[in-house]
Structures are given as structure tokens and as C-alpha cells.
Ligand binder design. Structure first.
Ligand SMILES: Nc1ncnc2c1ncn2[C@@H]1O[C@H](COP(=O)(O)OP(=O)(O)OP(=O)(O)O)[C@@H](O)[C@H]1O
Ligand SMILES: [Mg+2]
Length: 258
């Protein structure tokens, strides 16, 4: 179910402001791709163009192409809602439905997809919570509200909710920035496991995290303030972190700016 994403010549705008310019890249299935770069260079914007969440913002639009296994995500007869179902997203701050039970948080997306039997729902909720490495911690309190979990548990709940609908790609925008180091490691272990089945893209400000979890890394940067963000280079993570091709990349990953 894991799929390849091919982006070519992508520009993204907010009204007349061009936030990113001419991004082209291939994101391979069954791998983790990290996006790094200074604040404001368009990492989140670009991530949202990959599942058509960008255009939800009034005045926002995209030019260029995004293909999912060759299919144009911006094709004339493509429903944005179906794209968002295929390409799931996990946000910076865990955002479970707070008053909903743990069970219902995971089941919510499945119920939206149409009628489903109680036993299939039970099975999928269990499988998704196991997939998110949370089952053992919550199996005895599935009817308790999602808000009663710790931050790290809530983030894993959001991951369970995202994988319950069996997406082909999982986009994660700084999923660990609100988490303590132990929860962060739990999420990193989980990503390593999920990449057997999913195409994963993660935005992170944590260089160690990018180095630990990702197979490939893209470095985004602004030529200057007010100019659109661009991809400066993209490479195998091990290569990027030991032998970057651009001085700006080296400066960023060694902490000289950003
Ligand atoms: N909803 C919005 N409306 C208008 N402009 C926006 C909006 N969101 C982002 N921008 C602008 O687009 C540019 C890129 O922002 P974006 O959030 O994608 O950067 P980022 O790399 O994710 O930054 P950070 O690391 O701080 O999260 C910035 O100039 C930002 O001000
Ligand atoms: Mg961002």
C-alpha cells in the first residue's frame, strides 16, 4: 500500500505571496524522508501541498505537479477529500478529539468512510493501536477520553487514528516537538516500524532526529527574507550529514544558523 510521490516544478502561494518555488523531488515508498531547514522556509507549506491541505486556506494555491504512483493529485476529477484519506497527516501538537473516547478517536475516520460492522471496527481499532505501539497502555481503558492520556500517548493515538483508515502515505509535521525525550524515542521507534508499510515524510527541527530516523533528507532554505523557500539539496541522510554539497546545508546542520 506504500506509494511513491513525485513532485515537479511546484510553487505554493498564499494570495500573492509565493512561499515556495520550483520544488522537485521523488519520495520513495517504504522509506522515511526528512525535511529540515530554518523557520519560515516553507517546510509545512510544502508538506500540506502533498495531501491538498494547502488549498484549505483561503487564497492559497499551488502550481506544478504532484504524482502519487503516477496519478496526478491535482487532476481535474480528483476529490481533495479522497487525497487526504490516502495521504494521512499528523500535526505538531497532538490533537485527539478531547471528549471522545480512545476507541472513538481511532474509529472516527473509519465511521466517516461508511457503514462498518462492530466486529470489524473493534479489530481495526485494536490493530491500529497495536500499530501505533499504544495498545498495551490503553487496552483496559478504551472508553476513557483521549484527553486523559499523556502527551506522548496522545501523539501515538493521533498516529493510530491516521493509520486506521489505511493511508498510503503518512505526513508528520514536527510530531515530537511537544514531547519529552522518552515519548520522542517511542515515536521514532514507531516510525522505524511503520516504514515497512508506509511512505513517511517528517518535518523536524531536530538534526539528531533527522539523522536517526530518515533515509533521505531535503534541506529547505530562503535565498533571503521575503523570497520563496526552495530545496537547496536532497540526498541520502548519511551523505547529507557527513558530506553536504552546499555550504548553507553544512552551516545549518552544524548549527551555525537557523
Ligand atoms: N496561513 C498562512 N497564510 C499566509 N502565509 C502563510 C501561512 N502559513 C505560512 N505562511 C507563510 O509561508 C511561509 C512559509 O511558512 P511555513 O509555515 O511553511 O514555514 P516552515 O518552514 O514550516 O516554518 P517553521 O519551521 O517555523 O514551522 C512563511 O513566510 C509564512 O509566513
Ligand atoms: Mg512548519
Amino acid at each position: 500500500m506504500s506509494k511513491q510521490i513525485q513532485v515537479s516544478g511546484l510553487d505554493a502561494y498564499y494570495g500573492s505571496h509565493k512561499a515556495i518555488e520550483d520544488v522537485s523531488m521523488t519520495i520513495e515508498p517504504r522509506s522515511i524522508t526528512a525535511f529540515i531547514g530554518p523557520s519560515g522556509c516553507g517546510k509545512s507549506t510544502f508538506l500540506r501541498t502533498l495531501n491538498r491541505m494547502h488549498e484549505v486556506i483561503p487564497g492559497a494555491r499551488v502550481e506544478g505537479k504532484v504524482l502519487l504512483d503516477g496519478d496526478d493529485l491535482y487532476g481535474g476529477n480528483v476529490e481533495p477529500v479522497s487525497v487526504r484519506r490516502m495521504i494521512g497527516m499528523v500535526f505538531q501538537r497532538p490533537n485527539p478529539f478531547p471528549t471522545m473516547s480512545i476507541y472513538d478517536n481511532v474509529a472516527a475516520g473509519l465511521r466517516l468512510n461508511g457503514r462498518i460492522s462492530k466486529s470489524r471496527l473493534d479489530d481495526t481499532v485494536e490493530e491500529s493501536l497495536k500499530g501505533a505501539n499504544l495498545w498495551n497502555e490503553v487496552k483496559d481503558r478504551l472508553s476513557k477520553p483521549g484527553a486523559g492520556l499523556s502527551g506522548g500517548q496522545q501523539q501515538r493515538l493521533c498516529i493510530a487514528r491516521a493509520i486506521a483508515v489505511k493511508p498510503q502515505v503518512l505526513l508528520m509535521d514536527e510530531p515530537c516537538s511537544a514531547l519529552d525525550p522518552i515519548s520522542t524515542l517511542a515515536i521514532e521507534d514507531l516510525m522505524a516500524k511503520l516504514k515497512d508499510d508506509y511512505t513517511i515524510v517528517i518535518v523536524t527541527h531536530n538534526m539528531q532526529q533527522a539523522a536517526r530516523v530518515s533515509d533521505r533528507t531535503a534541506f529547505f532554505n530562503l535565498a533571503e527574507q521575503g523570497k520563496p523557500g526552495k530545496v537547496i539539496e536532497m540526498d541520502e541522510t548519511s551523505r547529507m550529514f557527513t558530506n553536504p554539497s552546499h555550504k548553507a546545508t553544512e552551516d545549518y546542520i552544524t548549527g551555525r544558523f537557523g
